[in-house]
Design a protein. Structure first.
Length: 189
């Protein structure tokens, strides 16, 4: 009995050191060597300061910026509260929120259907991307506010549009933070 107890304690210590400390350190070293940007959070630095991550959405509310998807993560884009709202399609609260958001978004284009990703949250509540259709829906407002041509704004959208992986997987997306930073670079407002 005593021998089995000592063996189990030693086995627990050895596996804790190997699998709880050694393995995570090895994976971290490999990740930081092979994928340094991704392993460090895909941070975006502007003028020596971190302004965000290309992996986590941020709210933009000014008329001179492209707007992100709504967020269900806490008070909005809180990475510690990542998750959907858990409201189903028959939820009155969800239907009312989407109707109110649709009415607000349609102020720029009365009667024009709103791209769904401008009024619905993503599964994580932190999605940094919108669809090219959602970006196109906002082009006229941005061009007017920034006193730019719509073609110039569309060129910026196209520059920040990521196509399907391998031409098959996923959908084309536009990273809102990167697009807005480039918009500020081209035309500081």
């Amino acid at each position: 009995m005593r021998k089995a107890l000592i063996t189990s304690i030693l086995y627990t210590i050895v596996t804790t050191i190997l699998l709880g400390i050694g393995y995570p350190m090895l994976v971290t070293v490999i990740a930081r060597s092979a994928f340094p940007k991704q392993a460090n959070g895909s941070l975006i630095v502007k003028s020596g300061m971190v302004v965000g991550s290309s992996l986590i959405g941020q709210p933009f509310s000014g008329d001179n910026y492209f707007h992100s998807r709504p967020s269900a993560a806490g008070a909005g884009y809180d990475p510690t509260l990542s998750g959907g709202s858990n409201l189903g399609p028959t939820s009155k609260k969800l239907v009312d929120r989407i109707a109110a958001d649709t009415a607000t978004v349609q102020l720029d284009h009365p009667g024009v259907p709103v791209p769904i990703d401008l009024v619905t949250t993503s599964g994580s509540g932190l999605d940094p991307h919108i669809s090219p259709a959602a970006a196109e829906y906002q082009v006229a407002r941005i061009a007017k506010q920034r006193k730019l041509s719509e073609d110039m704004v569309r060129t910026l959208v196209a520059k920040h549009t990521t196509q399907r992986t391998l031409g098959l997987l996923g959908e084309p997306t536009v990273n809102v933070l990167e697009l807005n930073l480039d918009l500020d670079h081209v035309n500081p407002d």
